[in-house]
Design a protein around this ligand. Structure first.
Ligand SMILES: Cc1cc2nc3c(=O)[nH]c(=O)nc-3n(C[C@H](O)[C@H](O)[C@H](O)COP(=O)(O)OP(=O)(O)OC[C@H]3O[C@@H](n4cnc5c(N)ncnc54)[C@H](O)[C@@H]3O)c2cc1C
Length: 473
């Protein structure tokens, strides 16, 4: 069996590796560096910055822990260099893995010629092994064609923008560009209070910027449990991050422009009033759009909408049975692990392997300080579905480990079905929320009830006891 996979992000390359290990012949086509958005301009570089933020925050409160007389500086160039080194190290690891004998890595941009043929426009020759584009082939455009029994599209997404005056001014940053700025801005305005916007808000607040977040909806993180969103907003507010919700951004203009010193004015309306924010940098973080443009989907008849390629939610199959679409490209859940597991679901379907992955139980984390995380149904979703629930809450201020860490800001909410006693959702913010949520994810995936959870012993003192405390009240 032969499969073409287009895109070597976490959707594409992880699927390629699993397929290769199962003996499938894989042609993996990638237009940029392997690892995709996640490794090169998403999860990994941002989490590298998050670590710098944590170190700085710890230094700021060192005296609380009896460390006195500290004197330190902040070298942002070193922060960026460390981030680049982390990315390169991991990319090297992925390139090594893709050297598997069953994988042919083709460097270039793919588009469909017909439903069975993919054309790759490539600045380099296809190779059996991962290559670095050599200087002899650089600049030379070559076209090659590939056919296979099955094709998996995993071309990811790109940053979206707002159709407002000034959105395309030079210096308005995307999430990719902000990773490579050379100085920490004194004032940073972030348009969008979703996951990406809030992570950068939290990072740059720790780095010393004055941060303002403008969010169109009533709450930040609009798709999260509203109780969690409200509390996280308060928590970030306490750290000094200015968050304006119900703010409709109407335009961006350059207020002053001197060499290396541009000031922007961002205008927005809130509750019928015109308001403005001045900033030295503006980050556009209003979501991402599926990367469908270069694929020639319409000519081949692959169904897609502005949200992405339409797929069957159980198999990831498109309307053309031998073509699948996984990850951000189908717009279902723009998360790295979602892309990977959708890829495995698609592969299993192709190979006729039964799988038990439940894609509806998808954990998500926001790497702010403090972190937020969730899995399963929100209270609002349960209400909409008419499922009677009780919600059980606990607070990190009552958790022994959190108190020893001096990180007591946080809460945890478990959603439990009244009739069956099944745990349906978990929503929390606080230290290490992204790790704690994994236990709830395991319980929900295994359809565990509250009674079953109560029999599980938790190590003391650990942060995971917030889950136990929620149950015990
Ligand atoms: C700033 C930021 C932070 C993030 N943080 C997290 C996080 O902490 N956790 C998390 O789970 N998710 C995070 N994400 C989301 C995560 O990065 C994506 O959900 C994930 O990368 C999607 O994987 P994918 O394989 O679908 O697509 P991608 O990773 O986008 O990979 C697609 C690949 O396809 C290639 N490609 C595109 N078109 C073509 C073509 N025509 N021919 C050949 N190749 C092509 C691209 O070059 C790219 O390498 C973050 C995203 C951003 C932007």
């Amino acid at each position: 069996m032969k499969i073409i996979i287009i895109g070597a992000g976490p959707g594409g390359y992880e699927t390629a590796l699993v397929a290769a290990k199962r003996g499938v012949e894989v042609v993996l086509i990638e237009a940029g560096p392997v690892g995709g958005t996640c490794l090169n301009e998403g999860c990994i570089p941002t989490k590298s910055f998050c670590k710098n933020a944590v170190v700085l925050d710890s230094l700021h409160e060192a005296e609380t822990f009896g460390v006195t007389g500290l004197s330190y500086g902040f070298d942002f160039g070193a922060v960026t260099a460390r981030k680049n080194a982390v990315v390169e190290q991991l990319r090297g690891g992925v390139e090594g893995l893709l050297g598997h004998k069953n994988i042919t890595l083709v460097r270039g941009k793919a588009s469909f010629k017909d439903a069975h043929t993919v054309v790759v426009t490539s600045p380099a020759v296809p190779t059996e092994l991962p290559t670095v584009i050599s200087s002899e082939t650089e600049g030379r455009v070559e076209k090659s064609e590939y056919t296979a029994d099955y094709i998996i599209i995993a071309t990811g997404s790109v940053s979206a923008s707002l159709p407002i005056p000034g959105a395309d001014l030079p210096g308005i940053l995307t999430s990719k560009e902000i990773l490579d700025i050379t100085e920490v801005p004194d004032r940073l305005c972030i348009i969008g209070g979703g996951v990406i916007g809030l992570e950068f808000a939290s990072i740059f607040k720790s780095f010393g910027s004055e941060v303002t977040v403008l969010e169109y909806f009533k709450e930040i993180l609009p798709r999260f449990d509203s109780d969690l969103s409200k509390r996280l907003k308060q928590s970030l507010g306490k750290r000094g991050i200015e968050i304006c919700t119900q703010a409709q951004v109407t335009g961006i203009e350059i207020l002053r422009c001197a060499q290396d010193d541009t000031t922007y004015r961002v205008s927005f309306t809130r509750k019928g009033k015109e308001e403005t924010v001045e900033a030295d940098k503006v980050l556009m973080a209003v979501g991402r759009k599926a990367n469908v443009d270069s694929l020639n989907l319409a000519d081949v008849g692959i169904e897609f909408t502005p949200r992405g390629i339409v797929v069957d939610d159980k198999t990831m199959q498109t309307n053309i049975p031998h073509i699948y679409a996984v990850g951000d490209i189908n717009g279902r859940m723009m998360l790295a692990h979602a892309a990977t597991f959708q890829g495995i679901v698609a592969l299993d379907h192709i190979m006729g392997v039964e799988n038990q992955i439940d894609l509806s139980v998808m954990p998500a984390a926001v790497f702010t300080t403090p972190e937020a995380a969730c899995v399963g149904m929100t209270e609002e979703e349960c209400k909409e579905a008419g499922v009677p629930i009780k919600s059980l809450k606990s607070f990190f201020r009552a958790n022994g480990k959190a108190v020893t860490m001096g990180e007591t800001d946080g809460f945890c909410k478990l959603i439990v079905a009244v009739e069956s006693g099944r745990i349906l959702g978990c929503h929390l913010y606080g230290p290490h929320a992204s790790d704690i949520v994994q236990e709830a994810c395991a319980l929900i995936t295994r359809k565990a009830t509250l009674k079953e959870f109560e029999t599980i012993i938790h190590t003391h003192p650990t942060l995971t006891e917030v889950l136990q405390s929620a149950v015990h009240g």
